[in-house]
Design a protein around this ligand. Structure first.
Ligand code: PBG
Length: 342
């Protein structure tokens, strides 16, 4: 035997040889640990009252503020590219302080379900921030210095039942009030809606990454308007430096009857997702929020990043960290992006 072979330390024979399994795409296919497909992605969409044509949302390529009619057309196009799970945000034209009308969103749900039936899995966001004059997620105290917990929960439960009756497969409260999961589960069960799923935004942080969304949903806290003295959502959303709060909040929501739990945002909270999905044996969703998605889009537009592959890399990180599903504005591009990033 050629003595030289034994001492060859160059190329794939070197050291522990971990590069052997990375050497070509087909070998990498076989050893990859994380797999996902478009069927695990949920596309958020907005339906807006009082606009005559659909409007672009800065930063959110491919996501629009839809009219009830354009929403139906967009959904038809989504189904054609394998996107059959939506998270709908309804934006009513009429805002109020404590008397809310959920019928605009309910009508949009009814039309989607009438047209697409069980071909479409429809989750609907439950919150008051698009309905209140001040943009806070609930009813303000008389002094305007805090959000009233129980009065808000009552309205949320009413919204959830209205959406479920209209045909939503899943209701998803994003408000962060205490006790809302239990109250909504009871309200659904009492109205014979025991089949409706409940997805809790259980680990929702007080984040600066929600910027583009708040333009789309017309839901930014408006500070001085009306009686609102609260300038942000820090008194109900979770502090980014308090992961134990996210754990306790998720545990409680699981106990109150949530079927699916969520971490939101995604990338800056991967540690939380990895930890909680291991500790609490429930299906975990992660929301790649508007600011995270837009950050990749903006870098790509500047020629500083390959957008499609970067989006797929972010989704891979979510599944690697323990997510069962990802809510992303890129769902409707996923088939294309997954293909080009291979
Ligand atoms: C409403 C709500 C928000 C998001 C989802 N539901 C905004 C907020 O809490 O301020 C953010 C989603 C995104 O940024 O994509 N409460």
């Amino acid at each position: 035997m050629d003595q030289k072979l034994k001492v060859n330390v160059e190329g794939y024979g070197a050291g522990l040889g971990l590069r052997r399994l990375r050497q070509n795409p087909l070998t990498r296919d076989l050893v990859r640990e994380v797999h996902f497909g478009v069927e695990q992605l949920i596309q958020p969409c907005f339906v807006v009252d009082g606009i005559s044509s659909r409007e672009v949302v800065p930063g959110l390529t491919g996501t629009y503020r839809e009219t009830p009619e354009t929403l139906l057309r967009q959904t038809e196009a989504d189904l054609k590219v394998g996107v059959n799970k939506l998270l709908l945000f309804g934006v009513p034209a009429k805002k109020d302080l404590n008397n809310f009308d959920f019928s605009f969103t309910a009508k949009a749900i009814e039309s989607l379900k009438r047209q697409f039936g069980s071909d479409l899995w429809l989750a609907v966001d439950v919150c008051l921030c698009s309905s209140t004059e001040h943009g806070q997620c609930g009813i303000l105290s008389a002094e305007g210095d805090h959000v009233e917990n129980d009065a808000t929960v009552q309205q949320l439960a009413r919204a959830a039942v209205t959406y479920a009756q209209a045909g939503a497969d899943c209701v998803a409260p994003s408000d962060m009030m205490d006790g809302r999961i239990g109250a909504i589960r009871c309200a659904l069960d009492d109205t014979s809606l025991e089949k409706t799923l409940l997805m809790s935004y259980s680990a929702k942080f007080h984040s600066k990454f929600y910027g583009p969304f708040r333009l789309a949903a017309d839901s930014a806290p408006k500070g001085a308007v009306g009686k609102a003295m609260l300038k942000d959502r820090a008194t109900y959303q979770i502090d980014p430096a308090s992961p134990k709060d996210a754990y306790l909040s998720s545990l409680r929501d699981a106990e109150e009857g949530a079927d699916i739990l969520m971490v939101k945002p995604g990338m800056p909270y991967l540690d939380v997702l990895a930890h909680l999905s291991k500790e609490i044996p429930k299906p975990w969703a992660v929301y790649e929020v508007s600011g995270e998605f837009a950050a990749i889009e903006v870098l790509a537009q500047q020629g500083l990043m390959q957008g499609p592959a970067a989006h797929v890399e972010a989704w891979t990180a979510f599944f690697r960290a323990g997510a069962s599903m990802v809510i992303t504005y890129g769902a409707r591009f996923a088939q294309e992006w997954i293909k080009v990033s291979k």
